[in-house]
Write a protein that binds this ligand. Sequence first.
Ligand code: SAM
Length: 404
Amino acid sequence: MAHTYDDPVKALSREKLRDWIRQRLAMKRPRDLRVLCFPGAEQEGQEALEVKEVYDPLGIPRKNIVGLEQDRQKAERLRTANLGIEVVNASDIDYFSQCGRKFDIISLDYTGQRGRETIDAIALIASRQRFTSWSILCTNHYAKQEPKTRQQFLESLALLNTPLDARTIAEISSTDNPRFAYIMHRMETLKDSHVPLAEARDLFTHEVIRVLSYGEEASDKVAGERNDFLFWYPGAQEQRKTLREICKSDVIAVDLEHAWHLDHFRRYVAPYFGRSPEEPQSHLLMDVLRMAFIHSYMAQSIARYGYQSNSGAKMEMDIFEVKTLDRLFDRIRHMLHCVETPEGKIHTIDTKTDPRKLQNGINAMADEIRKWSHVYWLGTLPKREYLGSSYHPQRGHSESTHDA
Ligand SMILES: C[S@@+](CC[C@H](N)C(=O)[O-])C[C@H]1O[C@@H](n2cnc3c(N)ncnc32)[C@H](O)[C@@H]1O
C-alpha cells in the first residue's frame, strides 16, 4: 500500500501541535507568526497536511510559511500544488546554515530516527538565532530500529544529560568556564557508565534543551562533545590532558574564543554588588549574564507525545516553548560595556549605573532562568502521552520496519 500521512493518529498529533501553539503564542497575532516546517508531499493531492491542519486553522497566512523539502520530486509536487507557501528544496541543515530569517514556529517532522543531524540542525538554529524571543520548536522522530552507530551516539549523548545533584551544579557554575567544567565532569564521572537505549532515546529531549541553551555558542561545541571517542578513552587523567591539548590547539580556536571565561568578570562584578567573587550569589549573577550575552534559548515548557503511525512506525514528538532573555536584557544592556583587551573581550559596568537598577534587571532574568533550570537541571520532563495507533497489521505481518 502506498505510504500516506493522511493518518488519523498523525492528524491527532498535528492537533496537539496546533493547540499548543494556540495556547502558548496567544499573545502574538497569527498574521505576524513566521513558520518553518516540513509540509510533506507523499502523494499527489495530499500535499502539506501540516499546513492545512495546523497553520490554516490558526489563521497564519500561507505566505508566512517556509516549507522545506529535501527530496527534489516532493518539493516539485509541493510547488505544483500552488499552496501559497514558500517551498524550498533543501535539507534543514543547508537551510539553517544560510538563511538569515527568524521564525516563531519551527517544526521538524523527521521521517528518520534521532541522531547527530537533528542536533546539528538545532545547534544551527540556536547559534544563528533563528528563533524570535518567544517561539515553539517541534521535533518528531521514528523511535525504533536505529543502526548500531546511531544507538551508540544516543547512548554517549545521554551521559551528558543524566540528572546532576545541586552540589555538583554549584561546583560547576563556580568555575571559570562552566561549560568546559560540565563536559569534564561528565567525562570523568561517567566514562564507564552505560545508559540503556530506551533511556538514551528519552534523554534526547534533554539534549535538545541543552543545545538550545548554548545560544550563539551552540555550534562551536567543545571537542569532547563532538568526538565520541573521548567518552570511551581509557584513563580520565589522560583524557583530560588530551582535551586540554585539543582545546589549546588552533584547530578549534573558535571554541576557546566562544567559551566564556567568567573569573575576570566575576572578580569585577561581585564587589560592585557588595559580594565576594566566591559567594554562590556571585556565580548565579554570572550565569544570568552569560546566558543573556550568548542569547540562550530556554525551553521552559515541554509536551511529549508518542503514537504508532499507519505504517507501524513508533513515533515520538516533542514540543518546546522556547524563550530568550532578550526583552529583559534590553532593559539593562546599556549599563554594560564590552571592551577589547589584549586578553580578549572584557565586560565592564557603566560608572553612572545605579547598582539597584542593575540588580533588579538581573533578578528578573534570574526568575526566567529558574523556570528553565527547573525543567533542565532537575530533569522534570513531562511523561510522554500516548496518542494511540492507526496501524492495522495484515495477517502474517508484524510491525513495519520502515521509517515513518
Ligand atoms: C514526516 S514527513 C512530513 C509530514 C508532514 N509534516 C505531515 O504532517 O503530514 C517529512 C518530510 O520532510 C522531508 N524531510 C525529512 N527530513 C528532512 C530534512 N532534514 N530536511 C528537509 N526535508 C526533510 C521528507 O522527505 C518528507 O517529505
